[in-house]
Design a protein around this ligand. Structure first.
Ligand SMILES: NC(=O)c1ccc[n+]([C@@H]2O[C@H](COP(=O)([O-])OP(=O)(O)OC[C@H]3O[C@@H](n4cnc5c(N)ncnc54)[C@H](O)[C@@H]3O)[C@@H](O)[C@H]2O)c1
Length: 357
């Protein structure tokens, strides 16, 4: 995609964290919950997943103001069996429900080898990788599934029915980097179209179809049409898998009935599914870590195809971006800064202080 010609400004992660927390608190979110939501959003910005970072604040705050997302809610946990728990998100932030869910899954996995958590009545939880990272930080492998609002047709169809719902999983490494696969089942995540729209950019023709079913490079036309599934029936099948595990199983909305984060007309009722797995169930932890490192080295050491500079392990590009952005700060264009500052002004909180200001 052509990069925007708009000048880019940078904000340091701690300043971004403080700013987002303040805006959330100003909208009635309890301080401890605001800290978690802000941390998850800034994690996305740091990893270069700008589509799912602090730029989501204006749309999330619109949902709170409209009364379709309860900013004051905290998730409620029920143990079902020693290895299975259910979280009711109580229409609060998905970040809170998923964070509590993964903490519980990890706790159960430490004791029993696996921990499975089903989450209902939740909201958008942004970038799945932060939940996978939460499990990795606790030394666990994980599966992280969610459903989402309709954005793609089932294979062969023309109507939006399936979510562009990411499938994510991870495993801790040894001396090398961990494995973090986090991917939408569409050619790209829909957030990349919203980002292009925000920045006044065109999109590649293979990303989406307009409402007439024609390929389009116009983000507005794409948002009025459908996303293209990755690999045809395979992307469509993966999205259905996310809906089955996250929606059908949990008791949340499914089959095209989840409401999107940019639609402030009603609660989202998103469902999630989290699984934590202890990696040393079948061998020692040292052996597992050694085997992970061997896999990493085999993958990145493979003979490169013509024109390729480097082979990356899943999640590695984002980890490198994070290391870079912890130094450079998080890039934003003026329109994004203005939209964020509007939210601060609405609740009487300080404006975002960009680097060098
Ligand atoms: N919560 C929601 O409803 C929702 C919906 C859609 C997407 N999302 C989020 O959007 C984000 C972006 O999704 P996406 O599908 O556009 O991601 P992407 O296409 O940028 O990356 C997908 C995966 O491929 C890996 N990858 C990318 N380039 C690579 C390379 N050159 N070599 C090796 N591995 C590589 C990445 O590390 C990642 O694991 C994700 O974080 C996802 O969770 C969230």
């Amino acid at each position: 995609m052509a990069e925007t010609s708009a000048p880019t400004f940078y904000v340091d992660a701690p300043e971004a964290q403080k700013f987002v927390e303040n805006v959330l608190i100003g909208n009635g979110v309890p301080a401890s919950n605001a800290e978690i939501v802000a941390r998850c959003l800034i994690a996305a910005d740091l990893r270069g997943v700008d589509t799912h970072g602090m730029n989501r604040i204006p749309s999330y705050m619109t949902r709170i103001r409209q009364g379709v997302l309860d900013g004051t809610a905290s998730p409620e946990l029920t143990k079902i069996t020693p290895m299975v728990a259910q979280v009711d998100g109580r229409n609060g932030f998905g970040f809170l429900a998923a964070s509590k869910g993964m903490a519980t899954a990890v706790e159960m996995a430490h004791e029993f080898g696996i921990g499975m958590v089903s989450i209902k009545h939740s909201n958008h939880f942004g970038m799945s990788a932060w939940i996978v990272q939460q499990a990795i930080d606790a030394g666990m492998m994980s599966l992280v599934f969610t459903n989402s609002s309709p954005g793609m047709p089932p294979f062969g169809g023309k109507d939006k029915l399936l979510g562009v719902s990411p499938i994510a999983c991870g495993a801790p490494g040894g001396k090398e980097r961990p494995f973090i696969l986090d991917m939408a089942p569409s050619v790209v995540a829909r957030g990349k179209i919203y980002k292009a729209k925000r920045r006044g950019e065109k999109i590649p023709l293979e990303w989406a179809l307009d409402s007439e079913g024609r390929p389009t490079d116009d983000p507005d036309a794409a948002l009025g049409g459908v996303m293209q599934p990755m690999g045809g029936p395979k992307g469509s099948g993966l999205s259905l898998m996310m809906d089955l595990f996250s929606g059908v199983l949990s008791g949340s909305a499914f089959a095209g009935h989840v409401t999107g984060p940019y639609d402030p007309s009603k609660p989202s009722d998103v469902g999630h599914f989290l699984l934590a797995i202890k990696p040393d169930l079948f061998m020692s932890l040292d052996d597992f870590r050694e085997r992970m490192d061997y896999l990493y080295q085999r993958v990145v050491g493979v003979e490169k195809a013509a024109g390729v500079d480097r082979i990356y392990f899943p999640g590695e590009i984002e980890q490198l971006r994070q290391e870079e952005r912890l130094n450079t700060g998080i890039p934003l264009v003026q329109a994004e800064i203005d939209a964020l500052n509007d939210e601060a002004v609405k609740v009487g909180k300080p404006l975002l202080v960009m680097k060098g200001q």
